[in-house]
Design a protein around this ligand. Sequence first.
Ligand code: FE2
Length: 432
Amino acid sequence: MSAAATTTHTLKLKGEVPLDKEIESLIRSGEARQSSHNASNYESAIYGPDPEGLKLLPAGTRIRLEESGVDISKGYPERPDINKIPIFLDEAFAIRNEEYPYVERGKNADPEKKALFAACTDVIDLTKHVGTELVGVQLADLNNQQRDELALLIAERIVVVFKDQKLSPQKQLELGEYWGQVERHPQTIQVPGLPGITTVWVDYRRKNGLNVNFKNVDLGNWNPRYDRAAATGMHTDLVHEKQPSGITSLHHDSAPDVGGDTLFYSGYAAYDKLSEEFKKFLDGKKAVYCSAHGYLDRNDPFGGPKKIERIHPLVRTHPATGWKFLFVNRQMTKRILGVSPVESDIILKYLFEIYEKNADIQARVRWGPIKLGYGTTAIWDNRVSQHRTTWDHEGKSKNSRHATRVTALAELPYFDPNSKSQREALGLPLDE
Ligand SMILES: [Fe+2]
């Protein structure tokens, strides 16, 4: 432990000032963050564009940002403003706690996707059940009809990949806004001047204290109480939202030639791996889902950070495909309602493993090699999937893995008892 981390502060109550306000002013003053600077809060120790980040910036990222007119003269990436980060659980829970309208773009799209496929020179499935690559088409050039068809294709295939893309951060944001309300994350590093475009850059985070190495990188897949360092733990993004994430794009403008792949797992297929009797038991059940970040309870500020919790259906229906899917992940699904805690733990353990242990329901997306000035984009549906990254390059590649992410939030989750599973809808056998 560093000397700074052992620094203690004495909280003095000044007259009538409540304790939570004292804690808030201490945190916002930066003192507390400076004294406990570690992997979990490295991003918020200092805020604004980071001049130090420019020294690490990969060549391909610089070309993309400069071509797009993004101002990086003061630094990169933009670190979140300490004054805008929620500290207490109640204020974090209040963010987007009202239902808002959502238009499912894939719902009325041409099931044959003729306009989209006509623009491609090739359509390649990555595996039987998950993943498709569209070749010879630029995402930036798609019209609304093609975007609708792509939304349906993503809903069906979980993830769709595009290589050799010229995609500016602004265009990536525009696409996200077409597919839903874009989440603007208050706690992540971002592209300067473009809130809603999150920077995914593990090498930068390591420089700032993220503890990830060959030995510890995958531990979160055994138990979420171990660090899910660098997103190598299987998860789904933003399940604690009232309307959790839907279509999400990740554009890599720099990546190792080999290594750093991302894996995607199908929630439709995970559901179809269950026996018909067990499906009936799970249909209609609800579960508690928690946030990745923790916040202080105003009434118990010394009780340690607590997660936002939200209740959603355990089996959901996708509004575009109409197919049922298993909505769980080891990191964030906490307990099933209506059964005992022991039963919930046993059932959830089995459901996590259904996702994790079946190799025929996942696809692995390779980002590199990337031509300088171009990039690889994957767009996936966070509702019907889990994902994780790999860190086999160990940060030693000459091309740093750098990407930007845009997440569109989707509908209020629901379960339609009349909806079908994927295999049922496609006429595939259910009992073998
Ligand atoms: Fe993620």
